[in-house]
Design a binder for this molecule. Structure first.
Ligand code: ADP
Ligand code: ZN
Length: 609
């Protein structure tokens, strides 16, 4: 508990500073303040006043005498004078029955004095301490003053209100969670037989696949309280605070059992501990506390801990061992059916036309997460409102898919006729190469309306069904399609533009993966030359081969792309009439559908027979 010690140290230091300040204030400032209302005078004045009987109170101190004089008009004034050797003073004071010369000179003022010199400064310092701490807390984004209180929010059923019906797709995950729901419903059934359910389950998957939603649904289905906290909330400014929060969270949870504790982004605290010198003390302590708490509580009581992460490979193995998060529940990106179901779930929340083809939308959104699909429906509703309609229609959803993929239309972007022409040929180049290869997905839409993502136009291809595998031929065909844009520019304008940068990037990515990960190269056998680091977060790769091999990989990537490029150019040269005709048509219309495209392509073909 090194860090609670730190905290206590801070308090002690602050208290000492406050105390010293108060003492100094009293020693130096207070007398000064008091003196302002006390007039210095000489001993003879004191004696004169005494003789005249004007004095009402006297206080004799070691070195000074203070006395209060009441003037004729009833005003009172306190004077002070130095003390002289005066043995008869007491007798003299005593002889005047009006004089009160007790020790308690100005009794009520003493109380005031005490208030001013002690209580006020203490209050002042307490307020100062609070203000300081609040400022610090804000800066650190944490809750440093809550000192060991976790801010786990308690959601009771009425608040989450989510059930498994709200989670579309994710059938495997739901199946795994049903048992937990049952356990929470009647823990006795399990206790009787002596079984204890897993204490924790880890929801693993890319961002936005509904992990939080699943946890909420479990709480909703089981009708139990739902504690939700993000892993990052445990990471505190002071070492030890996170651990205190964990302790507090589990205390709360135990009181409310049966219940669900949901820890989002658990990788922020559950990262592998390493022995490095600059290790994060706070995080390790928090993790240790979490491990201890998970071991400590009674599995039969009905506290189930669900945690979510999209970096399972970075979690500490201790967290994953039996008795802790030993169950792993995958929440993968939805497949075609899943996407369709998710779209429908969210479309229920908005007013839509009856004849919406969700399957078509689902096919156009391969690789989209649940969150993205939810966003697409919402975008569509916003678009409907913008166009003054009361219900969402198919085109709203289709347009919002494109918004999510490529950004908003830049309607007022000024593009010269020459450039428009180049873009049109570029896009038709892609589409034509796609249409003329048997391993390519059909063209769905071609547009040359610029988008806010920077795309000046694009060709959308949509597969008929869901694809889980990619053959070598398909990969090569895909690369050829990507090089088709540049190829058209080269054939028609005998030059190239920067417009192909994105195509180049994508083509290179596929070609590299073919060689380094899919074993589709002619030189290397089934060797993993690259490993994927974060499979759920972008899938960055790192090379795992010698520099010499890396050179060979580069050569082979170049070979693959070169061959595809040649192939694309060949296709386009053979179909140059159609290239011209389609480009002209696209230039005129700006957006054409796959049917229009195929119509022109086939009409010509029939006519030329
Ligand atoms: P994660 O925690 O996996 O990052 P969330 O659970 O926060 O993702 O999901 C964000 C939003 O996406 C949800 O609130 C929900 O609207 C939507 N969503 C994600 N997956 C699904 C799903 N399978 N069914 C319905 N909605 C989903
Ligand atoms: Zn292109």
């Amino acid at each position: 508990m090194k860090n609670e010690k730190n905290f206590v140290k801070q308090i002690v230091i602050f208290s000492i500073i406050s105390l010293v300040s108060i003492l100094l204030f009293n020693a130096l400032l207070m007398p000064q303040l008091n003196k302002r209302s006390i007039k210095e005078t000489n001993y003879s004045f004191f004696l004169n006043q005494l003789d005249e009987g004007n004095i009402t109170q006297v206080k004799v101190e070691d070195s000074e005498i203070r006395f209060e004089v009441e003037t004729d008009d009833g005003n009172k004034q306190v004077y002070s004078t130095g003390r002289m050797y005066d043995p008869e003073l007491v007798d003299r004071l005593h002889s005047d029955k009006n004089i009160n010369f007790t020790e308690n000179f100005e009794e009520n003022n003493l109380l005031l004095e005490f208030l001013i010199s002690w209580v006020l400064p203490i209050i002042f310092f307490i307020v100062l301490w609070n203000v300081l701490m609040k400022g610090m807390t804000k800066k650190m984004g944490g809750n440093s003053m809550s000192f060991g209180k976790s801010n786990a929010k308690i959601y009771v059923k009425a608040q989450t209100g989510k059930t498994f019906e709200d989670v579309a797709g994710q059938d495997e995950a739901k199946e795994a969670l049903v048992e937990i729901v049952d356990f929470l419903h009647n823990p006795n059934k399990y206790a009787e037989i002596g079984a204890s359910l897993p204490k924790g389950a880890l929801l693993v998957g890319p961002p936005g696949t509904g992990k939080t939603l699943l946890a909420q649904a479990v709480a909703g289905e089981a009708n139990v309280p739902f504690f939700s906290i993000s892993g990052s909330e445990f990471v505190e400014m002071f070492v030890g605070m996170g651990a205190a929060k964990v302790r507090d969270l589990f205390k709360q949870a135990n009181e409310k059992a049966p219940c669900i504790v949901f820890i989002d982004e658990v990788d922020t605290i559950g990262k592998k501990r390493d022995g490095s010198l600059n290790g994060n003390d706070e995080r390790e302590q928090t993790l240790n506390q979490l491990l201890t708490e998970m071991d400590g509580f009674d599995g039969k009581k009905g506290v189930v801990i669900l945690a979510a992460t999209n970096r399972p490979e970075s979690l500490d193995p201790a967290l994953l061992r039996p008795g802790r998060f030993d169950r792993r529940i995958p929440a993968e990106l939805p497949d075609l059916a899943g996407r369709e179901a998710i779209l429908k779930v969210h479309a229920k929340k908005v007013k839509t036309e009856d004849n919406i083809d969700y399957n078509a939308i689902a096919r156009a959104t391969a690789g989209a997460s649940g969150a993205e699909l939810a966003n697409i429906i919402n975008e569509a509703a916003l678009r409907a409102v913008r166009s003054g309609r009361k219900v969402v229609n198919q085109s709203d959803i289709e347009e919002s898919v494109e918004v999510i993929i490529a950004g908003y239309q830049r309607k007022n972007a000024v593009i010269s006729q020459k450039e428009k022409e180049i873009i049109a040929y570029h896009e038709i180049g892609h589409a034509l190469v796609a249409a003329k290869q048997k391993d390519s997905a059909p063209v769905h839409k071609i547009t040359i309306i610029p988008r806010t993502s920077g795309a000046l136009g694009y060709t959308m291809q949509i597969d008929e069904g869901e694809k889980f595998l990619m053959t070598k031929d398909e990969a090569l065909a895909r690369i050829a399609v990507l090089t088709g844009g540049r190829s058209a520019e080269e054939i028609i304008f005998h030059s190239c533009t920067s417009g192909a940068s994105n195509d180049i990037e994508q083509a290179t990515k596929i070609a590299r993966a073919m060689i380094t990960r899919y074993g589709m190269s002619s030189k290397f056998d089934m060797i993993a030359l690259e490993t994927v680091a974060n499979q759920y977060l972008g899938g960055d790769t790192s090379l795992a081969c010698s520099a010499q091999t890396a050179t060979q990989i580069d050569e082979e990537v170049n070979d693959i792309i070169k061959k595809s490029h040649e192939k694309a150019k060949k296709i386009l040269t053979e179909n140059i009439d159609k290239l011209h005709e389609l480009a002209k048509f696209l230039l005129e219309k700006e957006t054409i559908t796959g049917e229009e495209f195929m119509g022109i392509l086939n009409k010509k073909a029939v006519a030329s027979l």
